[in-house]
Design a protein around this ligand. Structure first.
Ligand code: 7TS
Length: 414
């Protein structure tokens, strides 16, 4: 049933699914239906192999040794940086900083650029649909500096109010930090318009790309964002590795973040000088294995084609929306004109967590709760939602399993 419908002309679902070993396991005696991809995606064999090959074949610390293993590890680590550069359309690999993930990338900007540039009375604009990791670092900064945190409201359909955003921009606005795609609603925000208006007001823009890097074609130069942060684990790569892109000129003028090995040029007790980009922001031994495996994840996406993947995911989203809307008592939260990868919903009279547990009993993995977007849940007056989120390996058949599972859950809970 799961593989009945391949849904697009371009992707062979059998071949795609075979590359993800975890998809052949069962949960509670049923075939796994994994619909929690916005939390983290599953990993193809090539990504798993890249980690294992590094440890079995050429494990060594990078940038330091002249021996063969160190040279091989350094070459693979830097090849991954170049691959990320191409993947997001950056003009130079110096603009690609490896981090632990989106959260660390945003915090890096808040603690370096933020501390150097934000003073009392300055304004930072975020939105009502941000993940906590794009709220709390700015809140801490604003409290510390007596700066003002302003919030773009979300409309009933789950889109940002652009007129309200334009009203919030003033000559005091120093930074706009917004998500590209909402993890809780699936809304794709009009980031180009947001960035253009912010630049006209003299502000910089950070885009949280945690949910967009896997679904959309990213070109940071066309977008013209100043910073772009994302996580490897949400695009078929490993956990513990992420990327912060920043425009070279801005990164060059930012203070350092963590101090330690690799980020220095010369250390003396009197004075220390710092390394060039991107090493200036990569203190200590980095996550070499997972950085290398990130390239395997990017290769997986480019081999199958971002356009083809997007087309497949859009077909899944449209089918899921249509099927879920027909479930009695179900309301979809977030009906933006442009959405990617996510359907969030509530069912009248039922708690999202109870639905989640009953779905898990049927082998279906969804997310329930506030999705680290508590202010957004408050705005919709709900404690949380059930969220189904899609990846390249999901099928129409799996959506049918979800819908059947929901009917069963409704019967059991009513
Ligand atoms: N920003 C957005 C939009 C996210 O969806 C997430 C994680 C983050 C930032 C943080 O990413 P991290 O890799 O640094 O943790 N979102 C989710 C989610 O929706 N369910 O689990 C994690």
């Amino acid at each position: 049933m799961i593989l009945e419908d391949t849904s697009t002309d371009h992707l062979d679902m059998v071949t795609i699914r075979q590359q993800f070993p975890i998809l052949s396991r069962t949960v509670k005696g049923r075939p796994l239906v994994y619909l929690d991809n916005a939390a983290t995606t599953q990993k193809p064999q090539t990504v798993i192999d890249a980690i294992s090959q590094y440890y079995t074949g050429y494990n060594a610390n990078i940038h330091r040794g002249i021996h063969t293993l160190a040279e091989e590890a350094t070459a693979a680590y830097e090849a991954s940086r170049t691959s990320v550069q191409e993947f997001i359309g950056a003009s130079s690999s110096e603009e690609i900083i490896f981090t632990r993930g989106t959260t660390e990338g945003i915090n890096l900007v808040a603690y370096t650029w933020g501390r150097a540039n934000i003073v009392a009375g300055d304004e930072i604009i975020i939105s009502e649909m941000e993940h906590h990791s794009n709220i709390v670092p700015w809140q801490i900064l604003c409290e510390e500096r007596n700066a003002v945190l302003k919030v773009i409201p979300v409309m009933d359909n789950g889109e940002l109010s652009m007129p309200a955003y334009l009203d919030l921009l003033t000559s005091n606005t120093k930074l706009v930090a917004v998500t590209h795609v909402s993890n809780a609603l699936g809304t794709i925000n009009p980031v180009e318009n947001i960035i253009r208006a912010a630049h006209q007001a003299g502000a910089l823009v950070l885009i949280d790309g945690a949910q967009s890097a896997v679904h959309l074609d990213i070109n940071v130069q066309d977008m013209d964002c100043d910073f772009f942060a994302f996580s490897g684990h949400k695009l078929y790569g490993p956990t513990g590795i992420g990327v912060l892109y920043g425009k070279k000129d801005i990164l060059n003028h930012m203070p350092v973040f963590q101090g330690g090995g690799e980020m220095i040029k010369e250390v003396a007790f009197e004075h220390t000088t710092y390394n060039e980009l991107p090493y200036k922001y990569e203190a200590g031994t980095p996550n070499i294995a997972d950085a290398i495996a990130l390239k395997a994840a990017i290769d997986f996406i480019t081999i199958h084609g971002r356009d083809h993947i997007r087309q497949h995911e859009t077909a899944l989203l449209n089918y899921a929306t249509e099927q879920l809307e027909a479930v009695p008592g179900l309301t979809i939260i977030g009906n933006a004109g442009e959405k990617a990868g996510v359907v969030s919903f509530i069912i009248k009279g039922l708690h999202p967590q109870d639905i989640g547990i009953l779905l898990d009993n049927q082998g279906i993995a969804v997310r329930t709760g506030h999705h680290c977007t508590q202010p957004l849940m408050k705005r919709f007056g709900i404690p949380g939602t059930v969220r189904a989120s899609f990846a390249v390996y999901n099928t129409m058949g799996e959506i049918d399993v979800l819908v059947a599972g929901l009917h069963k859950a409704i019967k059991m809970l009513s």
